[in-house]
Write a protein that binds this ligand. Structure first.
Ligand SMILES: Cc1cc2nc3c(=O)[nH]c(=O)nc-3n(C[C@H](O)[C@H](O)[C@H](O)COP(=O)(O)O)c2cc1C
Length: 216
């Protein structure tokens, strides 16, 4: 393995870290845990051939690239009581290279979703930047492609900002999520329920949530 490639020891160590962190979340009473397999973070880096150049059992084929995710899921699952939800977040985009399609094709995405669905998770959480966007030139959305190959409940986010978009998103998903809107509008859920007219916020606007200055 070359410089910068995680060793088997480091892989085990990080998997153990996921399990220990999950234990802590359970202990303080969280109802569920979401494993972050999206946005170009570590699990996503293993899943995607864009970043995963390994030549051992964790790289190469889709099955191999999925191995790390599987080991994290199983390790986390062992520390979770039956009454807590385990969800897995996945995306075709990463923060460092927003424009890059992290998966090569709809087939590859669906293969990963099928592998994911065989794992002990309760929900798949799909993160997009626009839930309506066409995925992999198929004329279908990420949620549509996902729905085709799994019976697991789906959570979906990406430009869901008002009642109309929420209802539309729920055609292919079971739970609608919000990032930007809810960061900027604590009444968002109530506003959506009431069908109020609402704005689409930009990432820059939502970035205010990261200020180190006290909010006015
Ligand atoms: C300011 C900001 C902070 C975000 N922080 C996180 C984060 O910590 N974890 C995460 O998984 N996604 C994060 N996201 C991405 C959102 O979860 C979501 O995938 C994305 O914003 C698209 O959904 P939206 O249109 O409802 O905002 C963040 C997005 C923004 C704009």
């Amino acid at each position: 393995m070359g410089v910068g490639v995680m060793s088997p020891f480091e892989i085990d160590h990080v998997i153990n870290g996921f399990a220990e962190t999950a234990k802590g979340a359970v202990a303080v009473g969280f109802d569920g845990i979401e494993i972050h397999g999206a946005h170009g973070y570590l699990i996503n880096q293993f899943l995607s051939s864009y970043s995963n150049k390994r030549t051992d059992g964790y790289g190469g084929s889709v099955e191999n690239r999925f191995r790390f995710a599987r080991e994290v899921i199983r390790a986390v699952k062992t520390v979770m009581p039956e009454d807590r939800l385990l969800t897995f977040r996945i995306s075709n985009w990463g923060i460092a290279d927003m424009e890059v399609s992290l998966f090569e094709s709809a087939e590859e995405w669906q293969q990963i979703i099928k592998l994911l669905s065989a794992e002990p998770i309760d929900i798949i959480s799909i993160s997009t930047y626009d839930f309506k966007a066409e995925a992999f030139g198929t004329g279908k959305t990420m949620a549509g492609l996902t729905r085709e190959v799994t019976d697991l409940p789906l959570m979906l986010c990406g430009k869901i900002y008002d009642r109309k978009t929420t209802i539309e998103a729920l055609q292919d998903a079971d739970i609608a999520l919000s990032g930007k809107s809810i960061l900027l509008n604590p009444d968002w859920v109530e506003d959506v329920c009431q069908g109020r007219e609402l704005p689409v916020y930009s990432s820059d606007e939502a970035g205010i949530a990261y200020t180190e200055e006290p909010l006015p």
